[in-house]
Write a protein that binds this ligand. Structure first.
Ligand code: MLT
Length: 205
């Protein structure tokens, strides 16, 4: 398995969780740097570029159509990215520091997939405009994991009830989930940033 991803690592305060930044379709590892820095300014950052190309646009896994995922590829890519995170933990001397994903859209969907299939990898996640990545046969034990989900009521790519179903699924698995449906579309709005900052600041990982 090729676990080498294009990425950026920026060191930070060892007492804070490391932010794992996962961009949306067509983005890259630079896309969310500013957002990550405003959400948790002193955190170390690991920002990764998805390896799958859709008409030249980087993604984290293949899809057959909008909202219809190639589940075999999703499974493979989830393992591959999880293994990369394990490797990066060693390479950057992260020790046991908690890693919290901050993913947007396709990046949020792979972060949710990691939570559901490799629950040892992340301590928590901020999922922006996320949907159910796949239907697990059995829910993992996500007790102790903290998840914030910010979704848009007017999102034309991700139906609000699909986001709500993911929030329920994560709760049922035992995660502490803060789910907010906002008067927003698929794009981020100003209040997403303050919501994320407040959520991060109010949590110990
Ligand atoms: C996905 O493919 O993960 C979702 O449809 C979101 C997107 O990237 O457009």
């Amino acid at each position: 398995m090729d676990t080498d991803f294009k990425h950026i690592f920026a060191p930070g305060d060892l007492r804070l969780p490391v932010l794992l930044l996962l961009h949306g379709t067509g983005g890259d590892e630079r896309d969310l740097l500013e957002l990550g820095e405003s959400v948790s300014p002193a955190s170390a950052i690991l920002s990764v570029r998805g390896k799958v190309l859709e008409h030249g646009m980087p993604r984290f896994f293949r899809r057959l159509a909008e909202g219809a995922f190639d589940l075999e590829d999703l499974k493979f890519r989830t393992e591959e990215l999880s293994d990369f995170i394990v490797q990066a933990r060693k390479e950057y001397d992260l020790g046991e520091r908690p890693i919290v994903a901050l993913g947007y859209s396709n990046g949020a969907n792979i972060a949710a997939s990691i939570l559901l299939s490799r629950p040892d990898i992340l301590s928590g996640a901020i999922l922006l405009r996320a949907m159910v990545p796949f239907e697990p046969d059995k829910l993992p034990d996500l007790r102790g994991k903290k998840v914030q989900m910010l979704s848009g009521l007017m999102d034309n790519i991700i139906p609000a009830d699909n986001s709500a179903r993911l929030a329920e699924m994560l709760k049922e698995a035992g995660a502490d989930v803060a789910f907010t449906l906002k008067p927003a579309g698929h794009g981020l709005i100003q209040s997403d940033i303050s919501d994320m900052k407040n959520w991060m600041a109010g949590r110990a990982f």
